[in-house]
Design a protein around this ligand. Structure first.
Ligand SMILES: Cc1ncc(COP(=O)(O)O)c(C=O)c1O
Length: 415
C-alpha cells in the first residue's frame, strides 16, 4: 500500500536538483584575466572591467547606465540617498519582501511605510500605494517578487502624479522585461543583488541601473567614498558616504554570468511554463501565480504557488511541506513574512528617532499595521520554489509534481 515517506514509505525522489550557482570556463577565463591584471579591487573607480560589465548589463535591461556595488542592500541605500531622501521622509514598500527593501529606508534616516500586495501576483498593490501617500512621501520601492513584475504602468502613473522617486527592487528579476522594457529601466533607478542565491551571482554584489545622468553621477560618488572624479563631478553638493565598491574579482565572475544570462533566463521561462502545465493538469489546489500578460520576458527566481488547504484534506501548508520534503522535494512556505513581524526588522526609535512618530518604540512594536494579503501569503498560502528546481531537466519537474500529487493523495494521513 502506498505510504508517505514521512511515515517510512519510499520517497518519490532521492537525487539532488541542479547545482547552483552555475559556472564554467567563462568565469574561469575572466577570473584568470582579472588575477593576472593584478587589479583585484574596485579602486581606482570605476575599473575598465566594471565599466564593460555595466555597459552590457545596462544594455540588456534597456537602461543607459549600470553601476556595480558591494551588494543589493547598499544599492537601495545609495539609490535613496541619490534621490535626496532626507531625515523623516517616507518610503513606501511592499509588506512582503526581504528586509533590505525597508531597512535601506531606515538606514537613510527615512521611514518605511508598508503596504499590501495584489493577491494575483504578490507584488505591491498600486491602489494601496496611492492610499499610503502623505506629504512626507519621497519615494516608492516596488519589488518584482519571485517571477512576478509589479504593475509598473500603474505604479509609474501614481508616482508621477505625486512627484515621487521610483526605485525598482530587482533583486529577484535579472533579465525580466515588462512591455518590452527591462526591469530596472522603468523607474528612476533599479537595484539588483548578486548575492549567492540570486539568478546572477558573484557571491556578494549588486548594481544600480539608471538612465538619468545626474543620478548616475551621484550614485558613482556615493559608491566611491563621496569622491567626485572627472565624469562624475557634475553636481554641486559634496555627499557623505562610505566605500561600497565591488572588487574586480567579483566583476570577473559577473562577466561570465552575463554571458549566459539570456540563455538561462529563456530556459527557466520554458521550465516554468512546463511546470505550470504539468502541475495544473495533475494537482488540484496548488496554483502557480498568474503571469501578467504585460510580461514580455519572464525571469523565474522563485516560482510562487498558492496552497488551498481544502484540496489537501484540510491540512496546513506547513504540514504539506514537511511531508513533501521527505518525498525529496524541498519547497519553502514562510520564505518571507511581513516585515513588521520579522525579527531582523528590529529598527528601534532609540537608534532611528525618525521612526517614533509612526512606530512608537520601533517598527516591531507597532500593532496597528495590517496587510491581510501579505499575512495570508506568509502564514497560510504561499509556496516558494527556488530556481535550481527549474534549472535541470523536465524529469525534475515531473518528479516535483509526482511528489506533490502523492502528498495530495495521502493528505488524509497527515491530519
Ligand atoms: C528583494 C530583495 N531586496 C534586496 C536584497 C538585498 O540584497 P543583498 O543580499 O545583495 O544585500 C535581497 C537579497 O536577498 C532581496 O531578495
Amino acid at each position: 500500500m502506498e505510504k508517505l515517506a514521512l511515515f517510512g514509505g519510499t520517497p518519490v525522489r532521492t537525487e539532488p536538483f541542479a547545482p547552483w550557482p552555475t559556472f564554467d570556463d567563462r568565469e574561469r577565463q575572466y577570473l584568470a584575466a582579472a588575477l593576472e591584471s593584478r587589479r583585484w579591487g574596485g579602486y581606482p573607480y570605476p575599473s575598465p572591467m566594471s565599466m564593460e560589465f555595466g555597459r552590457r548589463f545596462a544594455e540588456y535591461h534597456g537602461a543607459k547606465y549600470c553601476l556595480p556595488a558591494a551588494n543589493g542592500t547598499v544599492t537601495l541605500e545609495i539609490a535613496l540617498h541619490a534621490a535626496g531622501l532626507k531625515a523623516g521622509d517616507e518610503v513606501i514598500v511592499p509588506a512582503l519582501t526581504f528586509a533590505a527593501t525597508a531597512a535601506a529606508a531606515v538606514r537613510q534616516n527615512g521611514v518605511p511605510v508598508f503596504v499590501d500586495l495584489e493577491p494575483r501576483n504578490y507584488c505591491m498593490d498600486p491602489e494601496a500605494f496611492e492610499a499610503a501617500i502623505t506629504p512626507k512621501t519621497k519615494a516608492v520601492i516596488p519589488v518584482h517578487l519571485g517571477a512576478s513584475i509589479a504593475d509598473m504602468d500603474r505604479i509609474m502613473e501614481i508616482a508621477r502624479k505625486h512627484g515621487l522617486v521610483v526605485i525598482e527592487d530587482c533583486a529577484h528579476a535579472h533579465g525580466g522585461q515588462w512591455r518590452g522594457q527591462g526591469v530596472g529601466s522603468i523607474g528612476d533607478m533599479g537595484s539588483f543583488s548578486f548575492q549567492s542565491s540570486k539568478l546572477m551571482t558573484s557571491g556578494e554584489g549588486g548594481c544600480i541601473t539608471t538612465s538619468d545622468d545626474i543620478l548616475r553621477q551621484k550614485c558613482m560618488s556615493l559608491i566611491n567614498c563621496g569622491r567626485k572624479e572627472p565624469g562624475y563631478d557634475g553636481f554641486e553638493e559634496q555627499l557623505f558616504t562610505g566605500n561600497y565598491r565591488l572588487s574586480d574579482l567579483q566583476v570577473a565572475v559577473l562577466m561570465g554570468q552575463m554571458d549566459r544570462l539570456d540563455e538561462v533566463t529563456a530556459k527557466r521561462a520554458e521550465m516554468h511554463a512546463y511546470f505550470k502545465q504539468v502541475l495544473h493538469a495533475e494537482v488540484q489546489g496548488l496554483r502557480v501565480l498568474d503571469t501578467d500578460p504585460r510580461t514580455t520576458r519572464l525571469s523565474a527566481y522563485q516560482t510562487i504557488m498558492k496552497f488551498d488547504s481544502e484540496a489537501f484534506a484540510g491540512i496546513h501548508r506547513d504540514r504539506f511541506l514537511e511531508a513533501l520534503e521527505k518525498e525529496g522535494v524541498d519547497l519553502d512556505g514562510p520564505f518571507y513574512i511581513p516585515l513588521y513581524h520579522i525579527p531582523i526588522m528590529n529598527a528601534t526609535s532609540d537608534e532611528y528617532p525618525e521612526l517614533r512618530a509612526r512606530y512608537g518604540d520601533g517598527i516591531l512594536s507597532a500593532t496597528d499595521i495590517s496587510c491581510p494579503v501579505a499575512e495570508k501569503a506568509a502564514y497560510e498560502e504561499a509556496v516558494w520554489m527556488h530556481y535550481p528546481h527549474l534549472s535541470g531537466t523536465k524529469k525534475d519537474v515531473e518528479d516535483i509534481v509526482a511528489a506533490i500529487a502523492k502528498v495530495q493523495r495521502l493528505a488524509g494521513d497527515l491530519r
